[in-house]
Design a protein around this ligand. Structure first.
Ligand code: UDB
Ligand code: ZN
Length: 191
Protein backbone atom coordinates (compact mmCIF):
# COMPACT_ATOMS: atom_id res chain seq x y z
CA UNK A 1 0.00 0.00 0.00
CA UNK A 2 1.44 3.34 -1.03
CA UNK A 3 1.05 6.56 0.86
CA UNK A 4 -0.67 8.34 -2.03
CA UNK A 5 -4.19 6.81 -1.83
CA UNK A 6 -6.95 8.88 -3.47
CA UNK A 7 -7.87 10.85 -0.35
CA UNK A 8 -4.31 11.66 0.76
CA UNK A 9 -3.50 15.33 0.23
CA UNK A 10 -0.13 15.99 -1.38
CA UNK A 11 1.54 19.16 -0.07
CA UNK A 12 4.92 20.78 -0.70
CA UNK A 13 6.57 18.52 1.91
CA UNK A 14 5.93 15.56 -0.41
CA UNK A 15 7.71 17.22 -3.32
CA UNK A 16 11.24 15.91 -3.89
CA UNK A 17 13.80 18.66 -4.53
CA UNK A 18 16.71 18.86 -6.99
CA UNK A 19 19.78 17.00 -5.82
CA UNK A 20 17.72 13.92 -4.93
CA UNK A 21 18.88 11.19 -7.34
CA UNK A 22 15.34 10.13 -8.28
CA UNK A 23 15.00 13.40 -10.24
CA UNK A 24 18.26 12.88 -12.13
CA UNK A 25 17.76 9.39 -13.54
CA UNK A 26 15.19 7.90 -15.97
CA UNK A 27 12.05 6.43 -14.41
CA UNK A 28 10.80 2.87 -14.86
CA UNK A 29 7.94 1.97 -17.20
CA UNK A 30 4.59 1.30 -15.50
CA UNK A 31 2.99 -2.15 -15.98
CA UNK A 32 -0.19 -2.22 -18.08
CA UNK A 33 -2.98 -2.13 -17.21
CA UNK A 34 -2.16 0.18 -14.28
CA UNK A 35 -2.69 -1.17 -10.76
CA UNK A 36 -5.36 0.32 -8.49
CA UNK A 37 -2.49 1.79 -6.48
CA UNK A 38 -1.03 3.57 -9.51
CA UNK A 39 -4.47 4.89 -10.46
CA UNK A 40 -5.01 6.26 -6.95
CA UNK A 41 -1.60 7.89 -7.00
CA UNK A 42 -2.47 9.65 -10.28
CA UNK A 43 -5.79 10.87 -8.85
CA UNK A 44 -3.92 12.19 -5.83
CA UNK A 45 -1.37 13.96 -8.06
CA UNK A 46 -4.10 15.59 -10.15
CA UNK A 47 -5.86 16.74 -6.96
CA UNK A 48 -2.62 18.39 -5.87
CA UNK A 49 -2.55 20.46 -9.08
CA UNK A 50 -6.23 21.41 -8.70
CA UNK A 51 -5.81 22.31 -5.01
CA UNK A 52 -2.67 24.31 -5.76
CA UNK A 53 -4.59 26.41 -8.30
CA UNK A 54 -7.43 27.09 -5.84
CA UNK A 55 -6.58 30.45 -4.21
CA UNK A 56 -8.01 29.51 -0.77
CA UNK A 57 -6.47 26.03 -0.61
CA UNK A 58 -3.12 27.12 -2.00
CA UNK A 59 -2.93 29.89 0.61
CA UNK A 60 -4.10 27.64 3.48
CA UNK A 61 -1.62 24.85 2.68
CA UNK A 62 1.07 27.07 1.13
CA UNK A 63 1.06 25.28 -2.22
CA UNK A 64 2.84 26.69 -5.31
CA UNK A 65 0.32 26.88 -8.18
CA UNK A 66 1.34 23.83 -10.21
CA UNK A 67 0.50 22.97 -13.80
CA UNK A 68 2.30 19.62 -14.06
CA UNK A 69 3.62 16.93 -11.72
CA UNK A 70 5.63 13.80 -12.45
CA UNK A 71 5.68 10.70 -10.24
CA UNK A 72 9.40 10.99 -9.46
CA UNK A 73 8.69 14.46 -8.04
CA UNK A 74 6.83 12.70 -5.21
CA UNK A 75 9.57 10.12 -4.86
CA UNK A 76 8.11 7.36 -7.05
CA UNK A 77 10.24 5.74 -9.74
CA UNK A 78 7.40 5.46 -12.26
CA UNK A 79 7.00 6.76 -15.81
CA UNK A 80 3.75 8.72 -15.35
CA UNK A 81 2.63 12.32 -14.88
CA UNK A 82 -0.38 14.61 -14.67
CA UNK A 83 -0.93 18.09 -16.09
CA UNK A 84 -3.70 20.61 -15.46
CA UNK A 85 -3.52 23.96 -17.20
CA UNK A 86 -5.27 26.62 -19.23
CA UNK A 87 -3.81 27.40 -22.67
CA UNK A 88 -3.27 30.78 -24.42
CA UNK A 89 -6.86 30.65 -25.72
CA UNK A 90 -8.39 29.94 -22.31
CA UNK A 91 -9.04 26.26 -23.04
CA UNK A 92 -8.63 23.93 -20.06
CA UNK A 93 -6.31 20.92 -20.50
CA UNK A 94 -6.18 17.90 -18.18
CA UNK A 95 -3.82 14.98 -18.86
CA UNK A 96 -2.98 11.79 -17.04
CA UNK A 97 -0.29 10.02 -19.04
CA UNK A 98 1.42 6.73 -18.37
CA UNK A 99 4.54 5.60 -20.28
CA UNK A 100 4.42 8.68 -22.53
CA UNK A 101 6.63 8.96 -25.60
CA UNK A 102 7.04 11.81 -28.08
CA UNK A 103 6.39 10.11 -31.43
CA UNK A 104 6.85 13.21 -33.60
CA UNK A 105 7.59 16.90 -33.23
CA UNK A 106 7.97 20.11 -35.20
CA UNK A 107 11.33 21.45 -36.31
CA UNK A 108 10.29 24.87 -34.99
CA UNK A 109 10.93 25.61 -31.35
CA UNK A 110 9.49 27.95 -28.71
CA UNK A 111 10.39 29.11 -25.22
CA UNK A 112 8.35 30.34 -22.27
CA UNK A 113 9.42 33.84 -21.22
CA UNK A 114 10.96 34.91 -18.94
CA UNK A 115 11.98 31.34 -18.03
CA UNK A 116 10.61 28.06 -16.70
CA UNK A 117 10.54 27.15 -13.03
CA UNK A 118 9.94 23.86 -11.31
CA UNK A 119 8.09 22.62 -8.23
CA UNK A 120 11.28 20.72 -7.37
CA UNK A 121 13.55 23.78 -7.67
CA UNK A 122 13.54 26.43 -4.94
CA UNK A 123 15.95 28.90 -6.57
CA UNK A 124 15.40 31.36 -9.39
CA UNK A 125 17.13 30.27 -12.59
CA UNK A 126 17.41 32.66 -15.52
CA UNK A 127 17.60 31.65 -19.17
CA UNK A 128 15.56 30.38 -22.08
CA UNK A 129 14.51 26.75 -22.35
CA UNK A 130 13.99 25.80 -26.02
CA UNK A 131 11.12 23.34 -26.56
CA UNK A 132 9.48 21.89 -29.66
CA UNK A 133 6.55 24.07 -30.72
CA UNK A 134 4.38 21.04 -31.53
CA UNK A 135 4.51 17.48 -30.30
CA UNK A 136 2.57 14.28 -30.78
CA UNK A 137 2.66 12.10 -27.67
CA UNK A 138 1.61 8.48 -27.35
CA UNK A 139 0.83 6.98 -23.95
CA UNK A 140 -1.82 5.30 -21.84
CA UNK A 141 -4.54 6.77 -19.64
CA UNK A 142 -5.62 5.50 -16.19
CA UNK A 143 -7.92 2.96 -17.85
CA UNK A 144 -4.92 1.48 -19.63
CA UNK A 145 -6.19 2.67 -23.02
CA UNK A 146 -3.66 3.88 -25.56
CA UNK A 147 -4.01 7.57 -26.33
CA UNK A 148 -2.32 9.96 -28.74
CA UNK A 149 -2.35 13.69 -28.00
CA UNK A 150 -1.28 16.51 -30.31
CA UNK A 151 -0.18 19.66 -28.53
CA UNK A 152 1.15 23.08 -29.42
CA UNK A 153 2.26 26.18 -27.56
CA UNK A 154 1.99 26.32 -23.78
CA UNK A 155 0.50 22.82 -23.23
CA UNK A 156 3.32 21.45 -25.40
CA UNK A 157 5.91 23.16 -23.16
CA UNK A 158 4.34 21.77 -19.97
CA UNK A 159 4.19 18.19 -21.30
CA UNK A 160 7.81 18.34 -22.55
CA UNK A 161 8.88 19.62 -19.10
CA UNK A 162 7.15 16.60 -17.50
CA UNK A 163 8.50 14.05 -20.00
CA UNK A 164 11.96 15.49 -19.30
CA UNK A 165 11.40 14.75 -15.59
CA UNK A 166 10.54 11.14 -16.45
CA UNK A 167 13.83 10.97 -18.38
CA UNK A 168 15.78 12.45 -15.45
CA UNK A 169 16.30 15.85 -17.14
CA UNK A 170 15.80 19.18 -15.36
CA UNK A 171 14.69 22.30 -17.29
CA UNK A 172 17.93 24.16 -16.50
CA UNK A 173 19.98 21.49 -18.28
CA UNK A 174 18.43 22.81 -21.53
CA UNK A 175 19.59 26.40 -20.95
CA UNK A 176 22.66 27.45 -22.97
CA UNK A 177 25.57 27.30 -20.49
CA UNK A 178 27.71 30.10 -22.00
CA UNK A 179 24.83 32.52 -22.70
CA UNK A 180 21.55 31.61 -20.98
CA UNK A 181 19.47 33.83 -23.27
CA UNK A 182 20.98 32.59 -26.53
CA UNK A 183 18.54 30.69 -28.68
CA UNK A 184 18.68 28.34 -31.67
CA UNK A 185 17.73 30.02 -35.01
CA UNK A 186 14.36 28.31 -35.20
CA UNK A 187 13.22 29.24 -31.67
CA UNK A 188 10.71 32.02 -30.97
CA UNK A 189 8.94 33.34 -27.89
CA UNK A 190 5.60 31.76 -26.93
CA UNK A 191 4.05 35.23 -26.60
C1 UDB B 1 4.83 24.63 -12.42
N1 UDB B 1 3.72 26.67 -12.27
O1 UDB B 1 3.92 24.08 -11.85
F1 UDB B 1 0.37 30.64 -16.26
F2 UDB B 1 -2.44 29.28 -12.79
C2 UDB B 1 5.03 26.12 -12.28
C3 UDB B 1 5.76 26.54 -10.97
C4 UDB B 1 7.12 25.92 -10.92
C5 UDB B 1 5.90 28.05 -10.97
C6 UDB B 1 4.96 26.12 -9.74
C7 UDB B 1 3.18 27.46 -13.17
O2 UDB B 1 3.74 27.78 -14.21
N2 UDB B 1 1.93 27.83 -12.80
C8 UDB B 1 0.99 28.57 -13.42
C9 UDB B 1 1.22 29.25 -14.59
C10 UDB B 1 0.18 29.99 -15.13
C11 UDB B 1 -1.05 29.99 -14.53
C12 UDB B 1 -1.24 29.27 -13.38
C13 UDB B 1 -0.24 28.56 -12.81
N3 UDB B 1 5.68 23.90 -13.17
C14 UDB B 1 5.44 22.47 -13.21
C15 UDB B 1 6.57 21.63 -12.77
O3 UDB B 1 7.57 21.98 -12.16
N4 UDB B 1 6.42 20.37 -13.13
O4 UDB B 1 7.36 19.48 -12.93
C16 UDB B 1 6.73 24.44 -14.01
C17 UDB B 1 6.22 24.79 -15.41
C18 UDB B 1 7.25 25.64 -16.15
C19 UDB B 1 7.05 25.35 -17.60
C20 UDB B 1 6.28 24.11 -17.71
C21 UDB B 1 6.01 23.62 -16.32
ZN1 ZN C 1 9.31 20.43 -12.92
Amino acid sequence: MSKFHSDYMITMKDIVREGNEILHQPTQKVMMPPSEEDKETLTCMLNFLKNSQDPDLSNKYKLRAGVGLSANQIGLNKRMFVAYLTDERGKQHEYTLINPKIISHSVSMIYLPPSEGCLSVDRDIKGFVPRYERIKVKGFNSEGEEIVVKLKGYPSIVIQHEIDHLNGIMFYERINKESPFKLPENCKSLY
